[in-house]
Design a protein around this ligand. Structure first.
Ligand code: NDP
Length: 342
C-alpha cells in the first residue's frame, strides 16, 4: 500500500514516515526542494520503500497536481501534514493563512482530479488551534471537545502570529470537511483529522548543529538553554508526545471507526513552571544553571486555563498516551545529548 505524506521533512512527519516504513508501507513524501528531498532520503539510508517529490509551495492552488498526475493511480492513503507553524512572520495572510488553507484545498482538489477512484483515506494534520479561539485560552469555564471550532474570522485573527496561526488551522480543517460535503459523490476517500495540542518529545534525527528547533520543541529547548536569571516566557497549554502523534496518524486511516472523526490528541495540561520542576528534578547537571521559578505553582496556572475533553478520541484510538514527565525527559535528554552535555 502506498501512502503520500506532504511536508515529510517536518518534526511530526518524520516520525510518521518512520512508523509507516516500519509497518511495511511504501511512502512517497514531499518536501520543498531537491536538497531537502536528498537530505531526507539520506537520513532514512535510502530505504527502498521511500521516495520523495518536490512540492515547492503549498500556497499554490495547483501545488499537488503534478504529484497526483504522476502517482495518483498508486496512492491509496494521503497524510497531509504540511502547514506553516511559525510565529516569526509579519505577513499573516501570506505566511500563515493562505498556505494553510490553499495547501488543504490543493491536495484535495488534486485527489479529486487525478486520484478520485484510488485514494481511500485522507488524514489531515489539524490542531487544537482549530478548536478554540486564542482569546479564550485562559478562560477556565471553557471545555473543548471533538465538536469544538475556533470561531476567529479571517480579518479578526490577524492581530498577532499566534492568533493567525491558530485561525489558519481552523480555516484549513473546515475547508477539508466542506470539500468532502461538496464532493462526496466525486471522491471515494474517507476523511479523518488529527488535532494535537503542543507536541514535544524527541526529534527522529537529532541534529547537533540545529540551534533552533521546530516551534513546539523550541519551548523546551529554550528552558534547557536558559540562564538561571532569565525571565522565561510563561506558557501553558496541552501537551502530547510526538511518538503518540505519529501513532495516531496511522491509526486514523487504519481503523474503520476513525473515518469521519476529528481526533483530539491531548495528554494533559502543562505550564512553563511544570517543565521547570520536572527538568530541575530529573537533570541534576542543569541544577543551578537554569531557572527554578516558583516550584509547585504550575498547577495554579493550569487551573485557570481552558480544559480539554477528549474521551471520544481516547476510546477510538485505544492506546495510552505518554505522560508529561516521560515526554519532557525524552526531549531534554536528547537536547543534552546533542549538545554534548550528558
Ligand atoms: P514543522 O515546522 O517541523 O513542519 C511543518 C512542515 O510543513 C515542514 O515540512 C514545512 O516545510 C512544511 N511547510 C510549511 N509551509 C510550507 C509551504 N508554504 N509550502 C510547502 N511546505 C510547507 O512543524 P510540525 O512538524 O510541528 O508541524 C506539522 C503539522 O502539525 C502542521 O500542520 C502543524 O500545524 C501541525 N501541528 C503541530 C503542532 C506542534 O506542536 N508541533 C501542534 C498541532 C498541530 P519546511 O521544513 O521546508 O519549512
Amino acid at each position: 500500500t502506498t501512502v503520500f505524506v506532504s511536508g515529510a521533512s517536518g518534526f511530526i512527519a518524520l516520525h510518521v514516515v518512520n512508523d509507516l516504513l516500519n509497518a511495511g508501507y511504501k511512502v512517497i513524501g514531499s518536501a520543498r526542494s531537491q536538497e531537502k528531498c536528498d537530505q531526507l532520503l539520506a537520513k532514512f539510508k535510502n530505504h527502498p520503500s521511500l521516495s520523495m517529490v518536490i512540492v515547492p509551495d503549498i500556497s499554490d492552488l495547483n501545488a499537488f497536481d503534478d504529484v497526483f498526475k504522476k502517482y495518483g493511480k498508486e496512492i491509496k492513503i494521503v497524510l497531509h501534514t504540511a502547514s506553516p507553524f511559525r510565529f516569526d512572520v509579519n505577513d499573516y495572510e501570506k505566511d500563515l493563512l493562505i498556505p494553510a488553507l490553499n495547501g488543504t484545498k490543493s491536495i484535495l482538489n488534486a485527489i479529486k482530479q487525478y486520484a478520485a477512484q484510488t485514494v481511500e483515506r485522507v488524514v489531515i494534520t489539524s490542531s487544537m488551534a482549530a478548536q478554540l479561539n486564542t482569546i479564550y485560552m485562559n478562560d477556565k469555564s471553557i471545555t473543548v471537545d471533538e465538536t469544538s471550532w475556533n470561531d476567529a474570522t479571517w480579518e479578526g485573527c490577524q492581530t498577532d502570529p499566534v492568533s493567525a496561526y491558530c485561525a489558519s488551522k481552523g480555516f484549513a480543517e473546515k475547508a477539508a470537511w466542506d470539500f468532502l460535503k461538496e464532493n462526496k459523490d466525486q471522491v471515494k476517500f474517507k476523511l479523518s483529522t488529527v488535532l494535537p495540542v503542543y507536541v514535544f518529545g524527541p526529534q527522529l534525527f537529532p541534529e547537533p548543529s540545529k540551534k533552533v528547533l521546530n516551534t513546539s520543541s523550541e519551548i523546551i529547548n529554550q528552558i534547557v538553554n536558559a540562564d538561571k536569571d532569565t525571565e522565561l516566557m510563561q506558557m501553558n497549554g496541552g501537551f502530547i508526545d510526538v511518538r503518540d502523534v505519529a501513532k495516531a496518524h496511522l491509526l486514523a486511516f487504519q481503523k474503520d471507526e476513525c473515518a469521519g472523526e476529528r481526533l483530539s490528541l491531548y495528554g494533559g495540561m502543562f505550564s512553563t513552571q511544570d517543565f521547570l520542576d520536572i527538568i530541575n528534578e530529573d537533570f541534576p547537571q542543569l541544577k543551578g544553571k537554569i531557572p527554578v521559578g516558583k516550584p509547585g505553582t504550575g498547577k495554579d496556572v493550569i487551573e485557570n486555563s481552558y480544559k480539554i475533553n477528549n474521551e471520544r478520541t481516547k476510546k477510538l484510538l485505544g492506546f495510552e498516551f505518554i505522560n508529561k514527565r516521560d515526554c519532557v525527559d525524552a526531549s531534554v535528554q536528547q537536547i543534552l545529548e546533542t549538545e554534548g552535555k550528558l
